[in-house]
Design a protein around this ligand. Structure first.
Ligand SMILES: Cc1ncc(C[n+]2csc(CCOP(=O)(O)OP(=O)(O)O)c2C)c(N)n1
Ligand SMILES: [Mg+2]
Length: 892
């Protein structure tokens, strides 16, 4: 919107003078071409600035199509057949939603999103989206989630989905299966590739996908192919911060393999996206400012002759004046209203449309509904080089729904049409169904030999097959990697190291492995030094698509900051969301590219689940494989950092993600066992799981693996150290992560001071124990006639005598949630509450998870069991230096 004109003094400009300027520009354009014309304008602008003319900055171009008619390519397809196909798809998409809601009231579904986007998709399907084949890796298309009915309807015409499946749209549990509401690879693993419906995630994922494709090429893991990444978004969706949050990365990286198509129907769910402004102009300036190639597709072909008659530029000026709220109203108004309101502001404008009857004015199409305009934009986008492209296409939400919702504020929620509305829709789109038949809204597919189906098939054949289609293409890994991990099972021989250091040691070794070395993708959000990974900068390099154009300041040091075109580390800068998007691209390359890349994304654990949980959810849906590492984790193990950084939450937040395997390991050998097994499960056996491991920065001696405890490590717990003596008082102490050492110290205190013999268990995963417990209960419930199974945790503790105490650096809910499968009462210690800036020992005192509190809790359990006197307990608190009146850490 040209706000500046409103505030600047309004001088009358001589029309003749303006005309002369415009004509001279036209003649330059004709004689010397657009480049020279642009150069002259640029020079004029500079000249004006030098002469003190204050030209306001604007990244906007006029409210007109970016591609002028004279540069518009011929439409290569059979327009009539494509139109008929599109109409059938419109009908079937609508039928899916209407039928589903007749069977089950309120089952939902969206008609109006696809109705507005049909042309945008159909031009793509008929002319641009290339399938993945043996020879060509294919384009990646992120479909707008709410447009799913249209994508299903097309797959139905393609013969890929049955009427039965369409019938069961949003009723996935019907016999024979149904269709998921939105794109979910988890639910439809042969069909959907990219989960998009949590709005804002897909634009960011698409940017990093396009960037990762280049990474694979620059690292020689795949040949350059010219495959494109297309992301279709809603205009309302662009308000999500993630949508535009990484657009400068795309231009910086010159991702001309990336195309955004924003379906600018000017509406979101509740109403207009920018009733009082212009979303298209706002997006144009944001994207142009960020260095994108912006193509606006605003007006359909019917406008071309009118615009041609407008030699004074009045019409384009008028177009730029209207706010979106007005445009929305115009779109649903009569021709007479359009004439009066839009053209009626100036007699010269009225003259432009004088020859047109009202009906023709009503039928002036918008650019996003005109295949020729859309085709021109897509062609320009795929041919454009040097920067990503965004296409801003104007459409009408609920296009074709007429009274049932076209352009109305309620249209997003429209799921039912009455009989008249159905007949009208049927007639408008020429669906060959009678007045009575169409009321049932049957799915309609022309016979296989019809011109429509033949055309559709031939177009898809020419583009390599069907889209979307998902397939795990990578061949499984072969090696067992025993050798690689062996040294880490042996302990550090007294040397104090942290689990983070131990992990980095493993990573270093994995990077050298002949089978997986090249496939490892280390990802860091500006935290490599935090985790002691800087040595990798030099050894494997930091990925940079342009190499290193400067001499790094630390070039003389051993571990200098080395950027390289084939660098392996994705140093993403301070963006956990962007890093997660890289993790998703790398962890799904086994399907997208047929390459088993293995991402290791290491980050500050508090900024993972807490900050980007929705991306983690999307990665689970997408069957992403790889390892997430919450670094310097633990609420009392990360000293000093305080309330914001100290993580006692992430293992709780990891619980809801069904295919995420989460571990809180204490020792290097545990990590080695977990990672080795993870690589086997994900990359050899092809399981759709991924891993979350917390690693800490507290240094201590890493013990050797005490016998063959691999199974216990993986299942969630094993006995690490049995009690020394044969005392009468017995206890079982459960420790996790760095707190395991506190349990070991408590074992000594209890033994030496209180005559309690305690075994110490390492609990590597409360989540695994919990999953096993509920699964066992469920199996027993459903199979009452069979011998009941016993939860793993029950088996572990069945013959373990004494009281039970658990302590971890996370919320108490973790041990509490498995306590019901324990033979006796469990005392759970944990770090509920806000962290503090303090040293480890003070923190563990504050949160009551240190060895003293573990010992006290053990004594208390023994007292409750009637095994010791109260006086022992009282004395113990004093001896151990525990302030029994200290404040409660949970709320202090
Ligand atoms: C993160 C998130 N928030 C809210 C929603 C609910 N929602 C679904 S569609 C929609 C409106 C979409 O508007 P727009 O992006 O303009 O798409 P259109 O349907 O108009 O093409 C909303 C709010 C969602 N799916 N994801
Ligand atoms: Mg919208």
């Amino acid at each position: 919107m040209n706000d500046e004109t409103a505030v600047r003094p309004q001088h009358t400009i001589d029309d003749v003078e303006i005309q002369e300027w415009l004509e001279s520009l036209d003649s330059v354009l004709e004689s010397s071409g657009p480049e020279v014309a642009a150069e002259i304008l640029e020079r004029l602008r500079a000249h004006a600035t030098v002469n003190g003319i204050d030209l306001p900055f604007s990244a906007n171009t006029p409210y007109a199509n970016t591609i002028p008619v004279r540069l518009q390519p011929l439409f290569p397809g059979d327009q009539e057949l494509e139109r008929r196909l599109k109409r059938l798809i419109r009908w079937n998409a609508l039928a899916m939603v209407v039928r589903a809601n007749r069977v089950e009231h309120n089952i939902g579904g969206h008609i109006s999103t696809y109705a507005s986007a049909a042309t945008l998709y159909e031009v793509g399907f008929n002319h641009f989206f290339r399938a993945r084949t043996e020879e060509f890796e294919g384009d990646s298309v992120y479909f707008q989630g709410h447009a799913a009915p249209g994508i299903y309807a097309r797959a139905f015409l393609e013969g890929r989905l049955t009427a039965h499946q369409l019938e069961n749209f949003r009723r996935e549990l019907r016999p024979g299966g149904g269709l998921s509401s939105y794109p979910h690879p988890w639910l439809m693993p042969d069909f959907w590739e990219f989960p998009t419906v949590s709005m804002g995630l897909s634009p960011l994922m698409a940017i990093y996908q396009a960037r990762f494709n280049r990474y694979l090429e620059n690292r020689g893991l795949k040949p350059p192919t010219g495959a494109k990444v297309w992301a279709f978004l809603g205009d309302g969706e662009t308000d999500e911060p993630e949508s535009l949050g990484a657009i400068t990365l795309a231009s910086r990286e010159k991702l001309d393999n990336l195309i955004f198509v924003v379906n600018c129907n000017l509406q979101r769910l509740d109403g207009p996206v920018r009733g009082n402004g212009q979303i298209i102009q706002e997006l144009e300036s944001a994207f142009r400012g960020a260095g994108w190639n912006v193509i606006k597709v605003l007006w359909g072909s019917e406008w071309d002759p009118i615009l041609e008659r407008d030699t004074e530029g009045l019409l384009v000026k008028r177009m730029g004046e209207m706010v979106d709220g007005e445009y929305q109203k115009l779109a649903v108004s009569s021709g007479a209203y359009v004439r009066e309101t839009f053209f009626g502001t100036d007699p010269r404008l009225l003259k432009l449309v004088e020859p047109l009857p009202d009906e023709a004015l009503r039928r002036l199409r918008l650019g996003g509904h005109d295949p020729r305009k859309v085709y021109a934009a897509y062609k320009a986008a795929v041919e454009h080089q040097g920067s990503p492209t965004v296409i801003l296409a104007r459409t009408i939400k609920g296009y074709g729904l007429g009274e049932a919702g076209e352009g109305k504020n309620v249209t997003h929620q429209q799921k039912k049409l009455n009989e008249d509305e159905l007949r009208e829709f049927r007639s408008r789109f020429g669906i060959p169904l009678g007045d009575q038949d169409c009321i049932d809204v049957p799915f309609y597919r022309p016979p296989e030999e019809s011109a429509e189906i033949q055309y559709l098939r031939s177009r898809r054949e020419a583009l390599g097959g069907y889209v979307p289609q998902r397939k795990a293409r990578a061949k499984p890994l072969i090696a067992d990697h025993d050798e690689l991990f062996r040294e880490f099972l042996e302990g550090s021989e007294g040397r104090e190291v942290s689990t983070t250091m131990a992990f980095v040691g493993m990573l270093r070794k994995m990077l050298k492995d002949p089978e997986i070395g090249k496939l490892i993708v280390p990802i860091v959000p500006d935290e490599a030094r935090t985790f002691g990974m800087e040595s990798l900068f030099r050894t494997v390099g930091i990925y940079s698509s342009v190499g290193q154009r400067y001499e790094p300041v630390d070039v003389n040091t051993l571990l200098y900051y080395k950027e390289a075109r084939d660098g392996q580390i994705l140093e993403e800068g301070i963006t956990e969301a962007g890093s997660m998007a890289s993790f998703i691209a790398a962890g799904s390359a086994y399907a997208t590219h047929g390459i088993n890349t293995i991402p290791f994304f290491i980050y500050y654990s508090m900024f993972g689940f807490q900050r980007i949980a929705d991306f983690i959810w999307a990665s689970a849906d997408m069957r992403t494989r790889g390892f997430l590492l919450g670094g310097t984790a633990g609420r009392t193990t990360l000293s000093g950092e305080g309330l914001q950084h100290q993580d006692g939450n992430s293992h709780v937040l990891a619980l809801p993600v069904p295919n995420l395997v989460a571990y809180d390991p204490a020792f290097a050998y545990e990590i080695a066992v977990i990672i080795q097994d993870g690589i086997r499960r994900m990359y050899k056996d092809g399981e759709s799981i991924f891993y979350y491991l917390t690693v800490m920065n507290e240094p201590y001696a890493m013990p050797a693996m005490p016998g063959d405890v691999k199974d216990g490590i993986l299942r969630g717990m094993y006995r690490f150290r049995t009690a020394n003596g044969k005392a009468k008082l017995r206890a079982q102490l459960l420790g996790s992560g760095a707190i395991l050492n506190e349990a070991l110290r408590a074992q000594e205190i209890l033994d030496s001071k209180y005559g309690v013999a305690a075994d110490v268990w390492s609990v590597t995963s409360y989540k695994e124990l919990y999953k096993d417990g509920v699964e066992t209960e469920r199996w027993n419930r459903l199979h009452p006639a069979e011998k009941p199974r016993v939860p793993y945790v029950t088996k572990c503790l069945a013959d373990a005598p004494g009281v039970l105490v658990a302590a971890s650096d996370y919320l108490k809910t973790l041990p509490n949630m498995i306590s019901k499968w324990m033979p006796r009462h469990l005392a759970a210690l944990g770090t509920d509450g806000f962290g503090r800036s303090e040293g480890r020992s003070s923190l563990r005192d504050f949160f009551e998870v240190d060895s003293r509190f573990i010992a006290l809790a053990t004594l208390h359990e023994l007292f409750a069991d009637g095994k010791i006197e109260r006086s022992v307990l009282d004395r113990a608190a004093k001896d151990l230096g525990i302030d029994t009146e200290k404040s409660n850490p949970v709320m202090s």
